[in-house]
Structures are given as C-alpha cells and as structure tokens.
Write a protein that binds this ligand. Structure first.
Ligand code: ZN
Length: 412
C-alpha cells in the first residue's frame, strides 16, 4: 500500500513538529540530518522506531506538544523493565474516540446499544478507549472494568446490555458462568462482542459466540499508537479495516527491514499521521500480519490487514523462507482427516534446514497418502517442502498448559 501524497504531507508536518519540539525523536531525526520529507522514497529512508527507544525516552521524552496542551498520559505495562509513557493532547484524545466510534459503527453498533465495558481503566489504554468511543457514538455505557463476575452478570441482565467489550479469555469465562449458573437465554440481551485482538483460536471464538449467541469483532490497537481502536473487522469477517486517515501501515521483513509487497506476511510498522502528543514514525509493533490487497466486499474503502498471526519472535527461517507457526496451523486446519494436535520440529541435517511436521489421524485414512497431500499443500502455500509424519491419534504429547508445538533443534 503505497503512501499517498496526502499522507506524505501529514508525515512531513509531524517530522517538523518533532524537530521543532526537540523531543526524543526530534533530536534523533535532526542528528540523522532529516528535517522534512517530500516523496515516498524519502519516507522509506526514515529510520524505524522501536519499543526500546520509547523506554529510553522515559518519563516524558516523547512529549512533542507544549506542556499546557497535554491533557493525559497513558502507559504500557512495564513487565519487562521501564514502562513507556505516551502523552496525549485534547486532539489526540478526540481523534482516538473518533476512531473508536468508527470501530463500533463498523461492527454495526449504534447509539441505541448498551455497551458493557470489562477491560481495565487507569494507566492502561483499554477501558477508557472503549468508553470514549461509545460515548462519541451516543451509546449507553456500563463501565464495569474487570472482574467481579457476580456484578457483571447482574448488570448485564438488569441493564439489558447488548454489547460486551472484553478480552477473549474474559468473554469465555462470562459465557461459561452464564451456562453454569443456568441463567436463561432470554435474560441475556447480548448481540455483539468487541474483543481485544490478541491471537485466539477459532475454537475459542466458536465457543464464545455459540454460548452467548453473539457476533464477535476483533479490535486492533496498541498503547504506543493511541490504544485499541485503530482497526476492526467488518461483517464480512475477512481481515481488519484500519483508519488510513490517522495511521499509515507498512509490512516489513522482520529480519532485513525490507518493505514487503502487499499480500506477504511480515511485521506491522505504523506511522501516526496526525498525532500531536507523541507522534511515532515507522514504529515496529512486532505484530505479524499482511495487507490484504483486494477491496473488501463490504464496500468500505478503508484498507485491511489480516487478523494478527502472532509475534515476530515466533518467526522461523527455513531454507531462506520466513515461516510462522500460525501459517502451518492454518494449513493443517484445512485437513478434516487430522486431529487438532500437531508438532513442528526444525533441525539442521546434512547442511540443510528441515522441518518435520507431525500430525495425528485415525486408522481409516492411509498415512502415506495423507502425508503427501499435506506436504504438497505446505509447498504450494509457503514455498518449501517439509517432511510430514502421520501418527495414530493419541501419540503426540498433550499438556494442559500451553503445549510446545514448535521445537527448534538447530541450536541445541
Ligand atoms: Zn469490509
């Protein structure tokens, strides 16, 4: 998705603001001799920004607007050391609400809906983002925050909530509690769920939507770039529309940093086009996806990325080809003959990388034929030939915890 003239103009304005403010990135750009850009080539030469830089700028080094214009900060969780602080101007807060309201609209939610919000409030961007967007839309907000399942279910019935906003795991927990307590279906008025877009399995999706009888929507976003609300899937359920009047997205090879053509899977890199408090240029998210080149059949002109396929840390490089476990999982999912268990082993044999894929099936299928079919499909979809081993159901290890499905033996 080539950057447009209009987007270049907006980035140019952001670069000028950064340099003039002498904020963390302003100084970096100035040191690199960049004070403006005028073309797509200029843009592509801009250095990437990284989470580590954001930590280095702690506490307020990213602040690019004058102090008197900053109305709020948010912070991403500091589980791995120094947190990141993102300052917002009033315009940033308003823009975020506008984007979020657009997400709700895309999900078919209106000002007649009653939206129960269960993500957390506070330094974290989630709860307040869901709330501001809902208020902008004109819907009735039920601002619960996380936990207290008794109260959640009480309010859900008494207030007749029609939309639930939650993480996938909390949505599942609520669904199971409703069933366990035998709350009758006609007391639950939910129609839709807006779910934070960390990767979750189709099985989990089916359980939540089945138990609650609702449509589910994946919302995308990260604290560094406003928060959740920069994109959501539409009713076609094919990828996430993102708001290209606020952000520009590139997909790069996470190893080489090269920009990948539309349709290829790689790392999402985001540039904010109008953010004032802390503009970010070419920010590496480490989230994996691809740009979907085709126009969406819903008729919306906002571009799309695919659902998030995982993190760049999950990437495997085999015979020079970048592979993600989710790609293999997706291919295996198309074979009805095999169980949901699989294992991938990567090793280095006779100077070559090899991938062995172990799958399980029942006695009614011919192992060799099935292995051949899977091998061919991986070859045609990903571009290298794996060794597929078919075993009896029950042979692969099972674990109640997250099962280690990918084992890289190359560096043992
Ligand atoms: Zn669409």
């Amino acid at each position: 998705m080539q950057i447009s003239e209009k987007q270049i103009e907006l980035v140019n304005d952001r670069i000028k603001a950064l340099v003039n403010a002498g904020s963390f990135y302003g100084k970096k750009l100035k040191e690199a001799g960049i004070t403006e850009i005028h073309s797509a080539e200029d843009f592509q030469k801009l250095p990437f920004s990284e989470k580590k830089d954001l930590r280095d700028a702690y506490p307020l080094g990213l602040m690019t607007a004058p102090e008197e214009e900053i109305v709020r900060i948010h912070s991403s969780s500091g589980t791995t050391g120094t947190p990141v602080i993102i300052p917002y101007t009033q315009k940033d807060v308003d823009d975020w609400a506008t984007m979020f309201a657009r997400c709700y609209e895309t999900a078919g939610i209106t000002n007649k809906d009653r939206i129960q919000i269960t993500p957390g409030y506070g330094l974290w961007t989630a709860g307040i983002g869901f709330q501001a967007g809902a208020e902008k839309l004109g819907a009735m907000v039920i601002p619960m925050g996380p936990g207290n399942t008794d109260k959640q279910l009480q309010m859900m019935q008494d207030m007749e909530s029609t939309v639930i906003c939650a993480t996938s795991s909390y949505a599942l927990l609520l669904a199971e509690e409703i069933q366990r307590r035998g709350i009758s279906k006609d007391k639950i008025k939910l129609k839709k769920g807006v779910i934070g877009s960390e990767r979750w399995s189709d099985k989990m999706r089916e359980r939540i939507s089945g138990e609650l009888g609702i449509e589910l929507y994946d919302i995308y976003g990260l604290t560094e770039i406003y928060g959740p609300g920069i994109g959501i899937n539409c009713e076609q359920e094919k990828g996430i529309h993102y708001w290209d009047d606020f952000i520009y997205i590139e997909i790069i090879d996470p190893e080489t940093g090269e920009i990948l053509p539309d349709g290829e899977t790689g790392e999402i890199v985001i540039t904010t086009l109008v953010k004032e408090g802390a503009p970010l240029i070419r920010y590496r998210t480490h989230d994996l996806s691809r740009i979907i080149p085709e126009k969406c059949s819903c008729g919306r002109c906002y571009p799309r990325i695919d659902v998030i396929m995982g993190r760049t840390d999950d990437m495997m490089k085999i015979k020079g080809v970048n592979v993600f476990p989710s790609q293999i999982e997706e291919i295996l999912g198309t074979f009805k003959e095999i169980s949901s268990e699989y294992q991938i082993r990567i090793s280095h044999l006779d100077g070559k990388d090899t991938m062995r894929i172990y799958v399980e099936t029942t006695g009614e299928y011919e192992f060799a034929l099935l292995a051949k079919k899977i091998t061919e499909k991986v070859k045609s979809k990903i571009g290298f030939t794996p060794i597929v081993k078919v075993v009896e159901v029950g042979v692969l290890p099972r674990s109640t915890k997250k099962t280690a499905r990918v084992i890289d033996e190359r560096y043992d």
